[in-house]
Design a protein around this ligand. Structure first.
Ligand SMILES: [Zn+2]
Length: 120
């Protein structure tokens, strides 16, 4: 998402650190794959997306709703969600395993490690 803080957002750095410490080797922002996954584990054919809770409408209660331009934001966010659905579908069709990690899941390191263990 080019509209957020740019590429090396904090949640992403957290995930990368953990993956690295678990022995995984990855590539970043692979634009050849649908949706340009944030982290790609080539060997495992796994594509990881780090979703901002606001940008992808996570129902965790941590995404503050904008109070102005409501219609604009609603359309924009709906579009994000829809686009990602498509990308996930395409990745699966190509034989990739897509994993979505939510921003709010990266706040506690222990939890994030458990989550990655389970999903990978
Ligand atoms: Zn969330």
């Amino acid at each position: 998402m080019s509209l957020i803080a740019g590429k090396n957002t904090k949640p992403e750095v957290m995930v990368r650190k953990i993956l690295f410490s678990l022995g995984y080797r990855y590539r970043l922002h692979v634009s050849k794959l649908p949706g340009k996954p944030d982290i790609v584990l080539g060997k495992q054919k796994t594509a990881i997306f780090i979703n901002g809770c606001f940008w992808h409408k996570h129902n965790c209660g941590k995404n503050v709703k904008p109070s102005t331009n409501i219609k604009f934001w609603k359309n924009k966010l709906d579009e994000n969600v829809e686009r990602q659905k498509q990308n996930i579908k395409e990745l699966k069709n190509l034989g990739w395993k897509p994993i979505i990690i939510w921003e709010c899941q990266t706040k506690k390191q222990n939890r994030l490690i458990n989550l990655l263990h389970k999903r990978l």
